[in-house]
Design a protein. Sequence first.
Length: 173
Amino acid sequence: MVRRETTRPLLTSDLRSLDRSMRLLFIWPGKTRDERLRSLIAEYLKRLQRFVRCEVVETREVSGSDRSGVEKESRRILEAIPAGSLAVMLDVNGREWSSTELAAELRRWENDAVKEIAIVIGGQDGVSAAVAGRAQQRWCLTRLTLTHEMARVVAVEQLYRAYTINRGLPYKK
């Protein structure tokens, strides 16, 4: 037997009063160059802001792929992560969540009164041990290989989807 809890439908006024004290901070090196992907990120951020305050921090990207470049890029990422925030780093070896599992994780963060979540997406050559050490959680979007710009889109979209799941709203395609 499946037991379902019934709750009243959300009203527009409820959406305005949802917990907007939490903030999602997306941190990644460099600008999103592909105009189409940049447009998708902007669209999902706009949708996401119905539920939570959002901000994107694009740190300066380092050209070249030597170890000193990774260290410089990582130092800038670390400087962008606010003290006291929960740092969630995208990592191929991280925990892979389904959309409903991510929604449950988001609910847990809200219930734990987490005020700020820094979603960190490293550069093409990875991040330093210091950035990895700062991350309290590691999130694997997929085992498939994505470009870093595509990973940005997927991360923002999945967080939007998690909020719609938690609020019992239909997913706007």
